[in-house]
Design a protein around this ligand. Structure first.
Ligand code: DI6
Ligand code: FE
Length: 398
């Protein structure tokens, strides 16, 4: 790919997620990176010869990051949606043979090409709202071959679109029918993790710590292998009950603890001490009609960074909009719009262990979103409206 000459975006409003910029702002991109960002009046003269683009007063933010998705999966679970409307709970549906294991059946039945074809429209919906980095989990294979297939499809998504995909191995997502949890971990999950890692398919290791999935001790066995392989960990923790997953995640220095509705003040303290991000997933909270609020006040008080993600999955969060995710986080969890924007940019990057994106600052990737709005609050405030004007990925508009 040829390198791009420097380009200056002028007459913009800037929400850099780094230093505040009041009034007219400018961003200088050189190739794939940001060279400079700040008040237009302070633009260094070195860039006066560069090509400019007048942004017409539009808002520029870092491009969005979805740090928690299950976007690769076979089929759908609209029937379960109906069952829940008839009164069944998410856990009851799971115990009745629906839930994650029903998507496992559909995912095993699909070819890699079919999984890719089914995932692409979901990914395109996220991209259409300015996402440039998307995390994708395995976890609907629950056998070695299908777990590897899901991760290969995730990598192919990153080749098929101008987007960065980060993969998480989620073999410890559910116990397949007819197997014991410990035997499954020994015979399938851990061997699958080793094989996937050997093939370069894994960026992080995730698990589901819950009564309907795995205990903290069982998750710890998977995390020990992750540590041995030098892979960072993250965890679905405290989604439906308080089982101690958040404390476990903190003990392992996890990148993130996700869901965390049932986390406590002590959990928040532990996350702060380990530098672990709390990833809030309001789409799941909404879809399963959860009423337990994540301890946002404790996260704020202890300085736990809060990220937001779609949790795009066919059961508890069939959501492909980060803008709606931001709106839900503000309305349900009373995040401020500024916190919501941080949640899908700088803190989402951190939840993925990425230090080169999520903020607009010199040396960071030129992954930017240009919006037809005046203030960041407008992004979180509208419902079902997409004001994206331009998406820039590595300095290129696409
Ligand atoms: N928690 C979730 O919200 C998703 N996985 C998990 O561990 C739900 C997955 C599903 O219902 O298919
Ligand atoms: Fe999830």
């Amino acid at each position: 790919m040829e390198t791009l000459p420097p380009k200056v975006l002028t007459n913009a409003r800037l929400a850099t997620m780094a230093d505040p910029v009041a009034g007219r702002g400018a961003v200088v991109m050189g190739g794939e990176t940001v060279l400079w960002a700040g008040a237009e009046s302070a633009l260094p003269t070195d860039f006066s010869a560069a090509e400019t683009q007048d942004m017409g007063g539009r808002l520029i933010t870092p491009a969005l990051i979805d740090c928690h998705t299950h976007i690769v999966h076979g089929g759908h679970r609209a029937r379960e949606f109906e069952m829940r409307l008839e009164g069944a709970s998410y856990e009851e549906v799971a115990r009745a043979g629906g839930g994650i294991v029903s998507t496992v059946t559909a995912t095993r039945a699909a070819s890699e090409d079919e999984l890719l074809a089914q995932a692409l429209p979901r990914m395109d919906a996220l991209i259409a709202e300015g996402a440039t980095t998307i995390e994708v989990k395995s976890g609907y294979g629950l056998d070695i071959d299908t777990e590897l297939s899901m991760l290969r499809v995730a990598r192919r998504l990153g080749d098929a679109r101008p987007v960065r995909v980060r993969t998480s191995f989620l073999g410890a997502h559910a116990v397949p029918k007819g197997q014991g949890a410990d035997a499954y971990l020994d015979d399938v999950c851990i061997p699958a993790l080793r094989a996937a890692h050997a093939q370069g398919l894994v960026d992080a290791v995730d698990g589901f710590c819950e009564g309907i999935a795995f205990s903290p001790d069982q998750i710890a066995r998977v995390f020990d292998v992750a540590v041995e392989l030098g892979l960072p960990v993250k965890l679905h923790a405290e989604q439906l009950s308080h089982l101690g997953g958040t404390a476990l995640a903190a003990r392992y220095g996890a990148l993130s603890a996700d869901h965390v509705e049932y986390a406590t003040d002590d959990d928040a303290r532990a996350l702060a001490a380990s530098g672990t991000v709390a990833v809030l997933l309001p789409g799941a909270f909404y879809s399963i009609r959860e009423t337990q609020q994540p301890p946002v006040a404790a996260f704020r008080a202890h300085g736990v960074p809060m990220a937001l993600a779609s949790d795009c999955n066919p059961g508890s969060s069939p959501l492909t909009s980060l803008l709606l995710t931001m709106n839900m986080a503000c309305t349900f969890f009373r995040l401020t719009p500024d916190e919501a924007l941080r949640g899908v940019t700088v803190h989402a990057a951190r939840a993925l262990g990425l230090t080169d994106c999520g903020v607009i600052a010199p040396g960071k990737r030129a992954d930017l979103a240009v919006w037809n709005v005046e203030t960041p609050a407008e992004l979180a405030y509208r419902i079902g409206f997409n004001p994206l004007h331009q998406r820039i990925f590595g300095g290129r508009t696409c």
